[in-house]
Design a protein around this ligand. Structure first.
Ligand code: SF4
Length: 171
């Protein structure tokens, strides 16, 4: 009897988790599919860096289901379904990395603002060209060991990963 009760409880819990997971996917717009990993605390999937020797870039999306998903804490997403340019170029780089590693065409990536505002970043030919141009510009700046800040937003600097090393940071 106890075993039957435990089995029934386990089945109910499994159904509940399945329903919650499906509801969460619908709410966030994350497509169904095999989850390669999620780079979130407490998640069972180990995240790993994706690297491209060909492009000279590397990165680690927050979540990878053949479609790179980037979660942004920003409470003020851009208007009209847009994506901030720095988030867009990051997501395009992840699309290129996933394509190279999985050898599958990636049509788009997702940027999710504040846990629910889902924005698509299309990996179109023109966005591919923009990515290649940006990578070349970054590599040229690296060689010159010099780059110019292209914004005047203190908030971007305060959340930047290289703030301590940057001589152009707005403080
Ligand atoms: S800290 Fe430097 S690299 Fe980071 S956003 Fe500001 S200017 Fe750009």
């Amino acid at each position: 009897m106890t075993v039957l009760l435990m089995a029934a409880t386990a089945m109910v819990l499994a159904l509940l988790f399945f329903w919650l997971s499906a509801r969460s996917r619908r709410k966030t717009g994350i497509p169904a599919g095999e989850v390669f990993y999620q780079d979130l605390v407490g998640q069972p999937f180990a995240a790993r860096d994706l690297r491209s020797l060909k492009l000279g870039i590397s990165g680690k999306p927050d979540c990878l289901i053949r479609t790179p998903v980037e979660l942004k804490k920003s409470k003020r997403p851009p208007a009209r379904g847009e994506v901030y340019p720095n988030h867009m170029i990051q997501n395009l780089a992840y699309c290129a990395l996933v394509e190279e590693q999985l050898r599958e065409r990636v049509p788009y990536g997702l940027v999710i603002y504040a846990g629910q505002q889902v924005r698509r970043v299309e990996f179109t030919d023109s966005n591919r060209k923009w990515l290649m141009h940006t990578i070349a510009a970054v590599q040229a700046a690296r060689l010159r060991e010099q780059a110019s800040r292209n914004h005047n937003q203190r908030g971007r600097c305060s959340g930047c990963g290289v703030l301590d090393k940057c001589d152009q940071a707005l403080r």
